[in-house]
Unconditional design. Structure first.
Length: 116
C-alpha cells in the first residue's frame, strides 16, 4: 500500500491550493479515503472523509465551505481543493486509508503554509 501526497506549498491568506493523493497497492474503489492535517504542536485533525464512490463527504467544521474533496477511481487519486486559505490552515496534510484488516496507512505528508 502506498499513498503519495503532492501539491503543498506556500500561499498567501485568501489563496488556493490543490493537493493530490495518489494511491496504489490496494483496491482503491473499495475504500473510503481520509485527509488529515497536523499543525505544529497540535493533534492530528481529520479534515475530510470521502466514501468509496465519492458520493458522500464529511468535512471538519473548520474547513466546510472552503475545501472540496474529489476522487477518481480510474486514476486512483483523491484531490483536495483548498480555497480561502487562512494562516490556521498551515499544517502537514496527510492522505489516509483504513483497510479491512483495520490497519491504517499514511502518506508521507505535504506541507501547506499560509502566510503573507
Amino acid at each position: 500500500v502506498q499513498l503519495v501526497e503532492s501539491g503543498g506549498g506556500l500561499v498567501q491568506p485568501g489563496g488556493s491550493l490543490r493537493l493530490s493523493c495518489a494511491a496504489s497497492g490496494f483496491t482503491f474503489s473499495s475504500y473510503n479515503i481520509n485527509w488529515y492535517r497536523q499543525a505544529p504542536g497540535k493533534e492530528r485533525e481529520l479534515v475530510v472523509t470521502v466514501t468509496r464512490d465519492g458520493g458522500y463527504t464529511a468535512y471538519a467544521d473548520s474547513v466546510r465551505g472552503r475545501f472540496t474533496v474529489s476522487r477518481d477511481n480510474v486514476k486512483n487519486t483523491v484531490d483536495l481543493q483548498m480555497s480561502s486559505l487562512k494562516p490556521e490552515d498551515t499544517a502537514v496534510y496527510y492522505c489516509n486509508v483504513v483497510l479491512w484488516t483495520r490497519k491504517d496507512y499514511w502518506g508521507q505528508g505535504t506541507q501547506v503554509t499560509v502566510s503573507s
